[in-house]
Design a protein around this ligand. Structure first.
Ligand code: PLP
Length: 287
């Protein structure tokens, strides 16, 4: 396995960063999780746009141009010889001193890891996930806009810990006003009487790239889709609930806080959206 580390390709053992890196000391940095399908980088432009926007917002200078970054991704994939897999692209503020001041970290660290992906078993996509809501809240309006995909994932990790304690794979996080925000690392959708709903990003959801792809697919195949705030009650009484994310794609939910959703398995709209999504992933992307 070859890892891109600041312009060089190194082994997993050699791929280390300084203990003074502000990504480590303060979670000061940003990242992307990207899929490779059939040798193509899925939604490469969208991921790089989100990365460079996140960087601009936090005044982090990425030492590679957009096309150099694209080339680095392509080359890392080539060296690892993977046709299908997952890319983790991390840009941290880089090594500095113990103080917060980013001016002391003149050189950002850039890391690209390409790996095989371990996702949910196929049967989970048919039967759906059991899930719970958790007490961890996403504060809105937040000092940190949820559109920034920052390395500060403590909130999401607390959600994951609560999911683990409940014995489920993914959980639902509300925002400080009680509206549904998202999962620990997935966006959430519900379906009611044929209409598809997802929380607007101002509710505390990341502007997920899979989320955007699903909204686009809905519009293309004629499902009404609305970005509207909703509550846990709306989730409990929904006909279908599903999560979306780069790793999970589109995964149905069969149970939330011991309420069975719909028929207790992936519903027809979720199933259709997963199918449509899997049709586009094969053809979209940078070679
Ligand atoms: N929400 C959070 C907090 C995430 O970390 C992710 C994963 O990247 C998502 C949603 C889904 O976003 P995407 O579809 O861009 O992977």
């Amino acid at each position: 396995q070859w890892i891109y580390l600041n312009g060089e390709y190194v082994t997993k053992e050699e791929a280390t960063v300084s203990v003074y890196d502000h990504g480590f000391l303060y979670g000061d940095g940003i990242f992307e999780g990207i899929r490779i399908y059939n040798g193509n980088i899925f939604k490469c432009k969208e991921h790089l746009d989100r990365l460079y926007d996140s960087a601009k917002s936090i005044m982090l200078n990425i030492p590679l141009t957009y096309s150099e970054m694209e080339q680095a991704l392509v080359e890392t994939i080539r060296r690892n010889g993977l046709k299908d897999g997952y890319i983790r692209l991390v840009v941290s503020r880089g090594p500095g001193d113990l103080g917060l001041d980013p001016r002391r970290s003149p050189k950002a660290s850039v890391i690209i890891i390409v790996e095989q992906l371990s996702i949910y078993p196929e049967e989970a996509y048919i039967h759906g996930l059991k899930t719970v809501s958790v007490s961890t809240r996403r504060n809105v309006p937040d000092a940190l806009n949820p559109k920034i995909k920052s390395l500060n994932y403590l909130n999401n990790i607390l959600v994951k810990i609560q999911a683990n304690l409940a014995g489920v794979g993914e959980a639902i996080m509300l925002n400080s006003q009680g509206y549904v925000a998202e999962g620990s690392s997935d966006n959430i959708f519900i379906v009611k009487r044929g209409t598809v709903f997802t929380p607007p990003c101002y509710c505390g959801a990341l502007e997920g790239i899979t989320r955007a792809a699903i909204i686009e697919i809905c519009q293309k195949i004629g499902y009404t889709v609305k970005e509207e705030p909703f509550t846990l009650h709306d989730v409990y009484v929904a006909d279908e609930v599903f999560f979306t994310g780069t790793a999970a794609e589109v995964i149905a939910v069969r149970e939330v806080d011991a309420r069975i959703i719909g028929e207790g398995k992936a519903g027809p709209i979720t199933t259709r959206l997963l199918q449509e999504f899997r049709n586009i992933v094969e053809v979209d992307g940078v070679k």
